[in-house]
Design a protein around this ligand. Structure first.
Ligand SMILES: Nc1nc2c(ncn2[C@@H]2O[C@H](COP(=O)(O)OP(=O)(O)OP(=O)(O)O)[C@@H](O)[C@H]2O)c(=O)[nH]1
Ligand SMILES: [Mg+2]
Length: 308
C-alpha cells in the first residue's frame, strides 16, 4: 500500500490530473489508504484563495472571469466549488451549477465540486483534507468558492491563505450588521454587480470601514467589479498578487491558519473539547520545523489527549 500511495502522490506532484482525481476520491470516501495519503502530504506555499459571499453575489462568475484572466498568463489553476446544499457524495453532479463548462477540457484547469456540510455542521472537514491534497499538485493558484452564510465565511478564512469577500451593492445594511465578522476575515473586498446604482454608495461605505480598520497604514483593498463583463478583474488579480507578495509569507498568518485547520480536523474526530490556545502553543513549537506534517501532528495531538 505504501508504495502505491507514494506513487500516487508523486504522480500528483508531477501534475497528473487523473492521479489527483483518484486521490480526492480516496479522501472523499475515506477509502483504504486515505490516512496514509494525508500523512504523506508535505506543507506547500500559500496559494489558496477563498471566494466567499452571499448566495448569488456572482462568486462563480468572478471565478470564471479570473480563470480567463489567468489562463492568458499561462497559470495552472484548480477550482474547488463548495455547494452548501448538496449531500457530499453528489458533488460530481454540480458541474453545471458552477457554470465553468468552458474550462472542463482545459489541461491547465482542474475543477471539482464538493458539498459543504459535515455531520457536525460547519465546513466539512474533508474540504480541508481535499484542499491539502490539491495543494500537492503544481498549481499556481487554488480557488475555493463557498457561499457565505453566517459561519461559513469564518470557516473559509481558516482554509484559505487569502480570503476575498464578495458583496453586492444592495447589501448595504447587511454589511453594517456583519461588519465585525467580515472585517475579521476579509483580505480583499469585492463589490460585484457594480453596474448597479447603489455600487458607489456601497464603495464609499466600505472604504470608510477599511480606513477605520487600517493596520499600520495598510488598508484592505476594495475593488468594484462587473464580473459578467470582465470589468475590474485585472485589478482584482493584481490585488491578489500583491497580497501574496506582501502578506503571503507571514508566519503569524500561517500559524493562525494551521491552528484553525487543526481545530477543524480535531472536531471531525468528534472530540470538541480541545482548547485552541493549547493547539496553538504546541503548533508554534513544531510548525516551522523541517518535515512538519499537519496530519501527523493532529494524530499525535489526539493520542496524547486520549491518554490524559
Ligand atoms: N448585473 C450583474 N449581474 C451579475 C454580475 N455578476 C454575476 N451576475 C449574475 O448574478 C447571478 C448569480 O451569479 P453567480 O456567479 O452564479 O453567483 P454565485 O455567488 O456564484 O451564486 P451561488 O453559488 O449560488 O451562491 C447570475 O445570473 C449572474 O449572471 C454583475 O457584475 N452584474
Ligand atoms: Mg456559485
Amino acid at each position: 500500500m505504501q508504495g502505491k500511495i507514494t506513487q500516487l502522490l508523486s504522480n500528483i506532484q508531477a501534475g497528473d490530473f487523473k492521479a489527483l482525481a483518484r486521490a480526492i476520491t480516496i479522501v472523499e470516501n475515506s477509502l483504504h489508504g486515505y490516512e496514509e495519503l494525508l500523512l504523506n502530504t508535505t506543507e506547500k506555499g500559500g496559494k489558496i484563495i477563498g471566494i466567499t459571499g452571499p448566495p448569488g453575489a456572482g462568486k462563480s462568475t468572478l471565478v470564471n472571469a479570473l480563470l480567463r484572466q489567468w489562463i492568458n498568463e499561462h497559470k495552472k489553476i484548480a477550482v474547488i466549488a463548495v455547494d452548501p446544499s448538496s449531500p457530499f457524495n453528489y458533488g460530481a453532479l454540480l458541474g453545471d451549477r458552477i457554470r465553468m463548462n468552458d474550462f472542463y477540457n482545459n489541461p491547465d484547469i482542474f475543477i471539482r465540486s464538493l458539498a459543504s456540510r459535515g455531520a457536525l455542521g460547519g465546513l466539512n472537514p474533508k474540504i480541508i483534507e481535499i484542499t491539502d491534497i490539491v495543494r500537492q499538485a503544481p498549481f499556481d493558484i487554488i480557488l475555493v468558492e463557498t457561499v457565505g452564510v453566517g459561519q461559513s465565511e469564518v470557516e473559509i478564512a481558516g482554509l484559505a491563505d487569502c480570503t476575498v469577500v464578495t458583496v453586492v451593492p444592495e447589501a448595504g445594511d447587511e454589511v453594517q450588521t456583519l461588519k465585525a465578522g467580515i472585517m475579521e476575515i476579509a483580505d480583499i473586498f469585492v463589490i460585484n454587480k457594480a453596474d448597479r446604482d447603489a455600487a458607489d454608495a456601497m464603495y464609499a461605505n466600505l472604504k470608510i470601514m477599511v480606513h477605520n480598520k487600517a493596520h499600520e497604514g495598510q488598508e484592505l483593498p476594495v475593488i468594484k467589479t462587473i464580473a459578467t463583463e470582465g470589468k475590474g478583474i485585472a485589478e482584482l488579480a493584481t490585488a491578489i498578487d500583491s497580497f501574496f507578495t506582501t502578506a503571503g509569507s507571514h508566519k503569524d498568518h500561517k500559524l493562525q491558519l494551521a491552528t484553525e485547520k487543526c481545530w477543524q480536523l480535531l472536531q471531525a474526530e468528534r472530540m470538541k473539547n480541545f482548547d485552541k490556545t493549547v493547539i496553538k502553543k504546541e503548533l508554534s513549537e513544531q510548525l516551522f520545523q523541517p518535515g512538519f506534517n499537519l496530519y501527523a501532528f493532529t494524530k499525535q495531538f489526539l493520542s496524547s489527549a486520549a491518554v490524559k
